[in-house]
Design a protein around this ligand. Structure first.
Ligand code: PAF
Length: 275
């Protein structure tokens, strides 16, 4: 991979990189499109990273569709596809692997419910960035906390890469596109539209000037519950670092995680509070 990309770099061309876990959908393809607007060459990786799944999570059943992924990426004109093995990514085995841990922001929200998840994400993304050495790396805003964690990693480790976020793609009922939506039946997909409904209701209340965060969070929670979803959290936070909103911060994010049957879904909405 290094040798392949070196030729482009020597020619003075820039590289944009989109790391994925495969099972590509329109959300991923929009990240590829965004990447192509920022560099001469686009590189995509597909690696279902074992270290970011906890015990009892869906690593074994995570959808793996390499043939159709390759077809989609070829059609989109991607220049290089990197599909490493576990041994390439973790040469000393998973248990003995060097870890990258971004403190504080990794421990809240998703981190509370998925301990060790962000250490797995940061550890693999650090490796992928070191291998591909792109000028730009593109991530989906759908995994908002992941984006905050990775931005901090890149800053803290002085990694010479610009991190870009691509907006969330949604189904008609607002459900954020995700590979995990495949675990849902048609009725559950309808029900899951309530996540975006609750985020939007709270988002527009904030845009109209409300700032009673605890009550807004409780309202969002109730809205999810009344749609038959089981919320794990519903939170209004500062967009920059996911800390609690205490004073007059204007850029906020509303985030939710729910369980629906044995499926876990997350989503979020950026909100600008009136000045
Ligand atoms: O967002 C994802 O698909 C994954 O967390 C990532 C960034 C590819 C790391 O495995």
């Amino acid at each position: 991979m290094r040798a392949h990309l070196a030729a482009w770099r020597e020619a003075g061309d820039s590289i944009a990189f989109v790391p994925t876990m495969g099972n590509l959908h329109a959300g991923h393809m929009s990240l590829v499109e965004l990447a192509s607007q920022h560099a001469e060459h686009v590189v995509v990786s597909i690696f279902v990273n074992p270290t970011q799944f906890g015990p009892g999570e869906d690593f074994a059943r995570y959808p793996r569709t390499p043939e159709s992924d390759v077809r989609r990426l070829k059609r989109a004109g991607v220049d290089a596809l990197f599909i490493p093995s576990d041994a390439e990514m973790y040469p000393n085995g998973i248990d003995a692997a060097t870890q990258v841990n971004v403190p504080a922001v990794s421990e809240i929200l998703e981190g509370e419910h998925r301990p060790g998840h962000f250490a797995g994400v940061a550890s693999v993304v650090c490796r992928l960035l070191n291998i591909c050495q792109p000028d730009v790396a593109v991530f989906g805003q759908k995994d908002y906390q992941q984006l905050v964690v990775l931005r901090q990693m890149v800053r803290d480790l002085h990694m010479p890469v610009k991190v870009l976020a691509g907006p969330t793609k949604r189904a008609e009922n607002g459900l954020a596109l995700s590979s995990r939506n495949q675990y849902l039946n048609a009725r559950q997909k309808d029900q899951a539209g309530a996540i975006y409904g609750a985020l939007s209701a709270v988002g527009s209340a904030i845009e109209k000037g409300r700032s009673d965060w605890a009550e807004l969070e409780a309202e969002g929670w109730r809205q999810l519950e009344s749609a038959g979803l089981h919320p794990e959290y519903f939170a209004v936070r500062r967009a920059v670092n996911l800390s609690k909103v205490e004073t007059v911060h204007q850029n906020l994010v509303v985030l939710a995680a729910v369980r629906l049957g044995d499926v876990r879904l997350i989503d979020n909405l950026l909100v600008a509070r009136p000045a």
